[in-house]
Design a protein around this ligand. Sequence first.
Ligand code: ATP
Length: 461
Amino acid sequence: MAAQSMDQLVSLCKRRGFVFLGSEIYGGLQGTYDYGPLGVELKNNLRQAWWRSNVYERDDVEGLDASILGHQLIYKYSGHANTFSDLMVDCRQCKSRWRADHVVGGKCERCGSKDLTEPRPFNMMFKTQIGPVVTDDESSLSYLRPETAQGIFVNFKNVCDSLSPQLPFGIAQVGKAFRNEITPRNFIFRVREFEQMEIEFFVEPGKDGFWFDYWVNERVSWWVKQGLSKENLKCFEQPKNELAHYSKATVDILYKFPHGFEELEGVANRTDFDLGSHSKAQKELNIQAKVVENKDSLAKLAVLKLQTNEWIVPFVIEPSAGLDRGILAILNEAYHEETLENGSKRIVLKFKPHLAPIKVAVIPLARNNEELMSKAKQLRKDIQKLGIGRIVFEATGNIGKSYRRNDEVGTPICITVDFDTLTEGSDLKDTVTIRDRDTMKQIRMPIAKLADYLREYFASP
Ligand code: ATP
């Protein structure tokens, strides 16, 4: 099961502190969202799972964290300054503005008028100005990055010089990207500030077809490991006439969001477009500036192949996933409404354990007993030290209420400390009750065995 509508998710996210509208107390800032106490944990966990699979568990990928502000020349030579646009139309009746391909049936979404302007391009990059001096020319112009990728291309030589990698190898990066979307919509699906998780995987030209297929498969299986079901995922090959300016082939990995099948991640064969273009820029700019006389010593964005001693400008395969869209997909998939045997309803988020924002809630059976409270508090501290994620102590005095609350935020395990835990001479002394979120089954376990049990339960998939 999944959520029946986006409204269900939006309401749960607000109620339980996953996601809030950005700048809400000032009426909201369209296209921005803020992650609350549980949202930030979920986001950290998904980001970490991506990093673990794509950097730590591989021998051929290294990480990078480049700056968000970029030199205007990066985006001139990457092609974004000229071509990173969507087509937009204006409604002549109500003056609203729409992305041309979002105007279904040629009618304004707000007032239904068909009196629309011709589509014209709108560049989606956010501009800013560097330094305190406002200049009339564009010399202080800089952009907030519209994709994390360019930070990788412009650091390609730095990484090669410091690590001397051989092909194939990848550079991975997670970070914010900014796009002035004409019509942000569908909650955190289309926003103006979001996070991408990207790998630029550099390969020998000629081997790009193989690696392209490899990454499409790899990425689909990764999403399945995060809990998305196969039926809710499908691949869509972009028609040649719709490809981005840098791409030879692109497969969109689509997920069935509450508003329909839409892109969760794109895998593109960017060829040698970016490295080629930035190399060309080095030549042009240095020659203009007469910085170097000898052209051969100019920065080569290429790799020296040891066997043949030749310089190769690699092709690059780029799996580019949206972290926020990932969060929306995970929330949607995890969302379940169940009717219990006694007829009552429960909402439960069935996150994979490694993604759950709260891993364990430790609950004393009663809150008016000091010994019980301090035993439970100590247990929470001890479990927190295992390094499996966020552990909470929760003393509501109402165990049923605690279980429901934790179901609704997806806590996989609740541990209850009761009077038997404390009773000298009892068989149950120093044991606790462990309750499973999905089955609601309870077992009794000695505290001494908890660490091993929890470490195994929360191990990476
Ligand atoms: P779309 O066609 O939906 O606008 P795109 O093809 O422009 O997306 P890419 O440039 O391929 O997107 O970006 C890679 C990934 O970054 C996307 O698959 C998506 O997950 C994420 N992404 C792109 N734009 C946004 C946005 N405005 N809000 C949230 N995530 C985004």
